[in-house]
Design a protein around this ligand. Structure first.
Ligand SMILES: Cc1cc2nc3c(=O)[nH]c(=O)nc-3n(C[C@H](O)[C@H](O)[C@H](O)COP(=O)(O)OP(=O)(O)OC[C@H]3O[C@@H](n4cnc5c(N)ncnc54)[C@H](O)[C@@H]3O)c2cc1C
Length: 302
């Protein structure tokens, strides 16, 4: 119930105005978002690198309202790659296709994406297309399949809560596409998605077992100790070396576990979001763990 309401509110303009003007909410958001500027993200990335973590930088934004905004996002990402190279950061980029204009058509979006991918490739870097709500799943998979034909510097994300994901993974792996496996952060109907944690988790483990032996470098994105244990156990059984895949977690969530995995010799990448458009991202993080909401509520009453 709470999860559904929070995800629904993430699309609500009045809720957005309220949260953005609330000092406590803004302060809480800083736990999950590195700051509003690229400088903030670079500082967070440098600190993460110094602690042995790899990074993925995400300039927050989704469902942009105009083509011009999508073009600005494209230019912004070109600058991010330059900055990563200049600062010698161990970082790649994550972005959302609706930030690059997917709502204005697949052709327009591809025109935005191709130069980003080529630029990443020219700098020896990599761009990952996040997976959004199910209205975009097919278009994101298609974009990944198409762009992967042009370059190996692009990958995408698959969500274990969707029934269709095994088929998508098999199609993407067949063209050598790098995949980040996550559980899924949107609100999806039971006709297309598993509703219970048990089923989502069981599918996660099943998909992880397809990804790891595929010979492609994938990301296992989760904070769930059970998913991490299952991955470690499977990799050991299959004699898959620790440098053949990476774990991924979100900035501000389970930093203790992030460091523990590093100490044990695993690769870990932290996803660092930054920018002014943090509201929907923040609401999805609250939805994942209602205790985060309790933290805000307690402080309000205090
Ligand atoms: C690197 C990365 C990239 C992602 N990219 C995408 C994407 O492209 N598309 C997409 O739909 N989803 C994405 N997600 C989100 C993902 O789908 C899940 O919603 C999220 O990771 C929570 O699932 P979990 O695997 O951590 O397991 P859960 O079972 O949800 O959580 C396990 C434990 O992790 C901790 N935890 C999880 N979430 C939080 C939180 N918000 N605050 C505090 N503690 C928390 C808690 O201790 C919880 O008990 C991404 C996640 C990661 C880590």
């Amino acid at each position: 119930m709470i999860r559904a309401s929070l995800i629904a509110l993430s699309q609500n303009a009045r809720a957005k105005r309220f949260v953005l003007s609330n000092r406590l909410a803004r302060r809480t958001a800083r736990r999950f978002v590195a700051g509003e500027d690229l400088d903030d993200a670079v500082a967070a990335a440098r600190a993460a690198n110094e602690a042995g973590l790899k990074v993925s930088l995400d300039f927050l934004g989704e469902n942009v309202a105009t083509r011009e905004a999508a073009e600005r996002a494209r230019e912004m990402y070109q600058g991010v790659f330059e900055r990563i190279a200049r600062e010698k950061l161990d970082a790649n980029v994550s972005l959302k296709l609706t930030q690059l204009g997917m709502d204005f058509g697949e052709d327009f979006c591809r025109e935005q994406m191709l130069p980003i991918v080529k630029h990443a490739e020219s700098l020896g870097n990599f761009v990952r297309m996040d997976m959004e709500g199910s209205a975009y799943t097919q278009r994101t998979v298609d974009m990944a399949l198409g762009l992967r034909r042009e370059s190996a510097a692009v990958g995408t994300v698959i969500q274990s809560y969707l029934h269709r994901s095994e088929g998508d993974i098999r199609a993407l792996v067949a063209v050598g596409c790098r995949i980040r496996l996550c559980k899924g952060a949107y609100l999806e109907p039971p006709e297309i998605a598993y509703a219970g944690k048990k089923d989502v988790d069981a599918n996660y483990v099943k998909l992880m077992r397809i990804l790891l032996p595929s010979g492609v470098y994938h990301g296992i994105a989760t904070h769930d100790p059970a998913m991490i244990a299952a991955t470690r156990q499977f990799a050991e059984e299959q004699k898959i070396a620790k440098d053949k895949f990476e774990f991924q977690m979100l900035y501000g969530i389970r930093p203790d576990l992030q460091r523990e995995l590093i100490r044990e010799g695993y690769r870990m990448r932290v996803y660092i979001p930054y920018g002014r458009d943090w509201f929907p991202y923040f609401m999805r993080r609250l939805a994942e763990r209602p205790a985060n909401l309790m933290f805000i509520a307690r402080n309000v009453f205090r």
